[in-house]
Design a protein around this ligand. Structure first.
Ligand code: M6R
Length: 613
């Protein structure tokens, strides 16, 4: 949460910073601000609200200068208001800082600073950092870099920060611990940001800063990276593979809709080079290269949050079915704090779109410390989780910008299916016929998804009937149970309607009491091995006057005769089928949220990348 951007070079900094903030707004959008050094002035403009509000405010201000830092906030300490917005300034007005993360010991540090005569304007933990740095510098008579190093040794918590000094208009210092930080290397200019999206338009050369490192970014000089003890670190310059059109909405009204419609091509990208259809062979190299470790595992634990956790549940079904290895799926936030039993023979799979989710990252560290083998399945290339794991696989679906995850979910399930197939073949636990059939259906997924996307118009109309429903129930069985959970989450997060996902057969153990003709019940009833049982569940709902929207396979006649509304998706066996069934649920949530006038891409209180616990 929170996005940080910085620039030093020959251009006007303000346009670069504001454009960067727009790109990072998915990370938090309750306030925004910018600090620019111009001549010997440090100009700070900040306001509650979105980046566009900051822009309107700054129109009448002096935004000149070719060095600056900027921030878009997701509030942790202190309500979203103008004062708590970043950048924060030191007591003397010389230093300005932006911060993504949480300073856990801020209260102790603040009390000590107050005793030393410092006053605070905001309620943030970030202001404590900048005051501490200034205090260390003035009391030790040291350089800003030395003061930063000393101060950061006292700070407990997570941070990516950028710091400027109005008396040194050629330098930005940026440091990280547990929050992401990327430096872009241009010709005679530098960019820094929470991820590469604000940078890609200017340069494709980037350096990912590691935990415990400080980037010393000087105009006209080579980048230096040092640790808190001032030891120089070597670093790799990476090439970005991102393109600008991936970061723009194109002709779509929202990123979410664009990302839903991108799924045929993102799945193609996801399987490219991994499935060889001529040879009927799938090889997920990260898993194949470590097959001994996987196949020797007593169990596999998959840790994730939110939508990624739903994909993990499908992964559990797939791996257990094809590989006959026991799998447990854990919420990362529970796993990391409940003292779990982890053996060094375990394989822990960390599933995360952003690769930055704080709880999932902490789960990686915990499992690693117990000797488990860690495999990451992520989307954001170069993010923290892939860099902390032993091996892994990217899902390659391109940047996902809508806060509601769509194409990442289908990409994650596809990668987990390829992982299960790779291991099952090596283990000999899958028969050749099933292996080949599953591969062929994965290859057909883009066309199958295209078929499901044809429901767009029908779902747009259907959504009008349900816009004002106050509660929804989503039901599914087997592979479609996690799909039901995912459908409910999509609706909740972007429309703010209460929705619950449930295994269809569990309905009679409680939720059946909720059924009336007010609450729409979405049932995934595609033609699979549990179809007849799901049909019985629909009968149970109808017998109690419930209203059913059923997702069925093309040609279905039975459910059509019982349900109130049906949405037909192309027929496919698992796991392709559960990916296809997800598409109408994404569209339904999208159109209901649009009908309600919600901010689909930036729903209230949420952020795309949850880098705080
Ligand atoms: O980046 P991650 O996959 O680790 O994110 C996990 C969740 O925060 C994320 O899936 C969240 O639930 C989404 N907003 C769901 O649409």
């Amino acid at each position: 949460m929170c996005g940080i951007v910085g620039y030093v070079g020959f251009r006007e900094a303000y346009p670069v910073l504001v454009k960067g903030l727009h790109r990072l707004e998915y990370r938090g959008y309750d306030s925004a601000g910018v600090a620019l050094v111009n001549g010997n002035a440090l100009n700070i403009y900040k306001t509650k609200g979105k980046v566009s509000r900051l822009e309107r405010f700054a129109e009448t201000q002096n935004v000149g200068g070719n060095i600056g830092i900027a921030h878009t906030r997701w509030a942790t300490h202190g309500e979203p208001n103008d004062v708590n917005a970043h950048p924060h300034c030191s007591e003397s007005g010389t230093l300005a800082i932006i911060h993504n993360g949480i300073v856990e010991n801020y209260a102790v540090l603040k009390a000590a600073l107050v005793e030393n005569g410092y006053t605070f304007r905001s309620c943030t933990d970030t202001e404590v950092m900048v005051q501490l740095i200034e205090y260390v510098r003035s009391s030790n008579g040291c350089t800003l870099l030395e003061a930063l190093q000393i101060a950061l040794r006292q700070v407990v918590g997570a941070y990516a920060i950028a710091l400027i000094d109005k008396n040194d208009p050629d330098r930005i210092l940026a440091a990280r611990r547990s929050s992401p930080l990327v430096v872009g290397l241009g010709n005679d200019e530098y960019f820094l940001a929470s991820d590469a999206t604000p940078i890609v338009e200017y340069t494709d050369k980037v350096v990912y800063i590691d935990d415990g490192e400080i980037a010393v970014i000087d105009r006209g000089k080579p980048l230096r990276v040092v640790n808190f003890d001032n030891v120089e670190s070597t670093f790799d310059v990476r090439r970005l593979e991102m393109s600008i059109c991936q970061l723009e909405k194109g002709s779509y009204p929202h990123f979410m809709l664009k990302e839903i419609f991108e799924q045929p091509s993102t799945i193609r990208d996801c399987i490219r080079g991994r499935i060889n259809i001529e040879a009927d062979r799938v090889t997920l190299s990260g898993a194949f290269d470590n097959r001994e470790r996987f196949l020797a595992a007593q169990r596999i634990v998959i840790v994730a949050c939110g939508t990624s956790w739903h994909a993990a549940l499908i992964g559990e079904y797939l791996i257990e079915e094809m590989c006959r290895i026991p799998v447990e799926v854990e919420y990362a936030s529970e796993f990391r704090y409940r003292n779990p039993v982890i053996h060094n023979s375990d394989v822990v799979i960390d599933l995360s779109q952003s690769g930055e989710t704080a709880d999932t990252l902490a789960a990686v560290e915990l499992a690693k410390s117990k000797g488990a083998f860690i495999f990451g399945v992520c989307n954001a290339v170069g993010s923290s989780i892939p860099r902390a794991t032993d091996s892994g696989a990217y899902i390659h679906v391109g940047p996902e910008i809508g806060v509601a995850s769509t194409k990442a979910f289908t990409g994650q399930v596809t990668v987990l299916a390829m992982l299960a197939l790779t291991l099952a073949r090596e283990k000999g636990s899958i028969d050749r016929e099933q292996y080949i059939a599953t591969i062929r259906h994965l290859v057909q997924l883009p066309q199958l998804i295209e078929g499901a996307l044809k429901l767009d118009g029908q779902i747009r109309e259907l959504s009008k009937i349900f816009t004002y429903a106050r509660n929804f129930l989503y039901l599914g069985r087997g592979y479609n149970y996690p799909v039901a959970l995912e459908g409910a989450l999509k609706l909740k997060e972007i429309s703010y309607i209460h929705a619950e996902g449930y295994p269809a057969a569990e309905m009679k153990h409680g939720p059946i009491a909720l059924i009336d003709n007010e609450m729409p019940i979405i049932v995934i009833a595609t033609a699979d091995s549990l179809y007849d049982k799901t049909v019985s569940n629909i009968e149970e709902i109808k017998a109690r006057g419930g209203r059913v929207v059923a997702i069925v396979s093309e040609g279905d006649t039975v459910v059509r005769g019982i349900a109130d509304y049906v949405l037909e998706v192309p027929q496919a066996p698992e796991p392709a089928s559960c990916i296809v069934s997800t598409i109408p649920l994404q569209l339904l949530a999208y159109y209901i949220a649009v009908n309600k006038g919600r901010n689909v891409d930036q729903p209230r209180n949420l952020a795309k990348s949850v880098t705080v616990e």
